[in-house]
Design a binder for this molecule. Structure first.
Ligand code: C5P
Length: 232
């Protein structure tokens, strides 16, 4: 592999993008960028300030003065708004729904794209989302597209929730994810698509380590059977 490349991971909710992205970045000594967190942060702060999530004009005025701080360390990616870390707050299901609402707005997508490109200007990033290999970094050195069955993706989300509170019923989560998938893949602006030159990995029956191994093997141009992973 070349020096300080850009690696993209796209796919629908719950496919394993952020976990794999974070570990991949760690293995390579790269910066991990969570593009969904930017959409979540825009929606979260807009709602806090009473800015309409669906009206381009007030959104544009709000974005002009919106400058969240981004930092990354061993634990991953952090977003700070008005001096307060919001990395966890923006992970809620409601923030995800709101994010998917603002994500249909071209001016919001442009704002996120500019931020991501600026952060990646020296290369050495692993970035995950819905349009990283298609619209944001079409020239990325390595592109992955992770997918999994709807039931598996919903179960993973449920496990995430279980750590905090009583999780909702699986059927409810499946309906929520299916609605988000539909919105993400049917919007006119940078819809969720498999990038033409992406390696597609179905993670339904794979462990995180297996997915990570496949990605690393592709990046290093070797057979995944020959790759030993260091414990994470
Ligand atoms: O990945 P995450 O669930 O955090 O993303 C939240 C929402 O942000 C997605 O459902 C999608 O609508 C939007 N998004 C996007 N493009 C990206 C990343 C996220 O449209 N690159």
């Amino acid at each position: 592999m070349g020096p300080r490349e850009i690696i993209t991971i796209d796919g629908p909710a719950g496919a394993g993008k952020s976990t794999v992205g974070r570990l991949l970045a760690q293995s390579l000594g790269y910066l991990y960028l969570d593009s969904g967190a930017f959409y979540r942060a825009v929606a979260w702060q807009a709602r806090r300030l009473g800015v309409s999530l669906d009206d381009p004009e007030p959104l544009q005025a709000f974005l002009k003065g919106f400058a969240p701080e981004v930092t990354a360390d061993d634990r991953g990616f952090h977003l700070v708004i008005d001096g307060a870390e919001v990395t966890e707050e923006i992970r809620s299901a409601a923030a995800g729904r709101d994010a998917s609402r603002v994500a249909v707005q071209p001016l919001v997508r442009e704002w996120v794209k500019e931020h991501l490109r600026h952060l990646a200007k020296n290369g050495g990033v692993v970035t995950d989302g819905r349009d990283q290999g298609t619209a944001v970094f079409p020239g990325a050195a390595h592109k992955f597209y992770l997918d999994a069955s709807l039931a598996t993706r919903a179960e993973r989300r449920r496990q995430d929730w279980r750590q905090e509170s009583e999780p909702p019923e699986l059927t409810g989560i499946m309906a929520e994810i299916a609605a988000r998938d539909l919105r993400d893949s049917s919007r006119s602006e940078a819809p969720l698509r498999v990038p033409e030159d992406a390696v597609v990995i179905d993670t339904t029956d794979l462990s995180i380590d297996e997915v990570l191994k496949q990605c690393l093997a592709r990046i290093r141009g070797i057979d995944s059977g020959r790759l030993e992973l260091k414990p994470s």
